[in-house]
Ligand binder design. Structure first.
Ligand code: PMP
Length: 363
């Protein structure tokens, strides 16, 4: 039986090897005769797991020692509010760059939680002839004392990625929910990085926060204890009961990634996978991309059929061919192939073959 390839944007496929390991130790983890999800988060075995997870993540991403690594609740959106609540007390101001759906949602949440004039935002996507391109404004010309600049380097819905490592006069807060660990980055460029887990890390609900020590002394707004970074640091991300099973799976994903040669090796494969798909889309009149070449997401490849009347048929036949979850987000339509770290190159090859065949049969 041939494999099913799952192109879901999230919750996304996890590495098969990790799922098999989890299955094999589901009822008896670490020789305890019980599942990892049925033991105390404060047991020495679970604490050892969390310590190893942090060591592995620090090694994978080369996280400097003046950064804390937090394992938190509430996915990506939880961090939309956590960042505001933790950093914008005493009328602090922040600048948001808007490059698509998720950064727009982050602004909406920030505005909801603050009072007038605390949040500024700049739309950084230019659309020319239906092609979207990111243009980073000259930030040095902005004479304001922001606590942070927020942006989303990979817009999961729109398929727009920002590769430009621009300088910012203010600490950068980056929502890396859909591209964390997909390529190497210099963590020291950022004040805070956050990511919902359900793409490149593990199951949904969990989020990872990597925060520079000095930001924790910024004044905060009144907030719930479980989203308070200082409390999370103080209690080793265990102020309350953490999502232990998600944490365990994340630890397994980190270990798998190390076994694959780390992020640099994964990034090479990711580039190959994305190139396969984009090169084919560009070579065909049947499919189009609406993202300029320099901003094409390596993780979320959005594309459109020239004849949109064929969309349902495309999706039906793809599902029959075991290529699932290719429907684009409802807000933008079209198709989206999410090809995170866990997607093997064979999955992308199978998708390109299917798309070729579908084009020939329907042209
Ligand atoms: N930011 C980005 C870039 C995302 O892709 C998502 C989810 N797809 C979110 C934030 C929101 O994450 P969650 O649904 O876990 O709150």
């Amino acid at each position: 039986m041939s494999a099913t390839y799952n192109f879901c944007a999230g919750p996304a496929m996890l590495p098969q090897a990790v799922m098999q390991k989890a299955q094999s130790e589901l009822l008896d983890w670490n020789g305890l005769g019980t599942s990892v999800m049925e033991i105390s988060h404060r047991s020495k075995e679970f604490i050892a797991l969390t310590e190893q997870a942090e060591i592995d993540l620090r090694e994978l991403m080369s996280i400097p020692s003046n950064y804390h690594v937090l394992f938190m609740h509430g996915g990506g959106r939880g961090q939309f509010s956590a960042v505001v609540n933790n950093f914008l007390g005493e009328n602090g101001q922040a600048l948001y760059l808007v490059s698509g759906s998720w950064s727009k949602s982050a602004v909406a949440e920030a505005i909801k939680l603050t009072s007038d004039s605390q949040i500024d935002s700049i739309d950084i996507v230019e659309n020319t002839n239906d092609i979207n391109k990111v243009v980073i404004p000259n930030l040095k010309e902005i004479n304001k004392d922001y606590r942070y600049l927020h942006y989303c380097p990979n817009e999961t819905v729109d398929g727009i990625e920002i590769f430009d490592e621009f300088d910012s006069p203010w600490p950068i807060v980056a929502d890396m929910s859909s591209n964390i660990m997909s390529r190497t980055i210099d963590v020291s460029r950022y004040g805070l990085i956050y990511a919902g887990a359900q793409k490149n890390i593990g199951p949904s609900g969990l989020s990872i926060v990597i925060v520079r020590d000095d930001l924790l002394s910024l004044p905060c707004l009144p907030q719930s204890s479980i989203m308070d970074y200082r409390l999370a640091v103080k209690h080793g991300s265990m102020y309350n009961t953490p999502p232990t099973f998600a944490w365990y799976l994340a630890a397994e994903v980190f270990s798998w990634l190390k076994g694959c040669g780390g992020i640099a090796a994964m990034a090479e494969t990711n580039l190959k996978k994305a190139a396969l798909l984009y090169d084919f889309i560009d070579s065909s009149d049947f499919y189009t991309s609406k993202v300029s070449v320099e901003n094409r997401s390596v993780m979320n490849v959005t594309f459109y059929l020239a004849n949109e009347a064929l969309n349902s048929e495309f999706l039906n036949q793809a599902t029959q061919a075991k290529l699932v979850a290719l429907k684009g987000h409802r807000s933008v339509g079209g198709m989206r192939a999410s090809i995170y770290n866990a997607m093997p190159i064979e999955g992308v090859e199978a998708l390109v073959e299917f798309m070729k065949d579908f084009a020939v049969k329907n042209s």
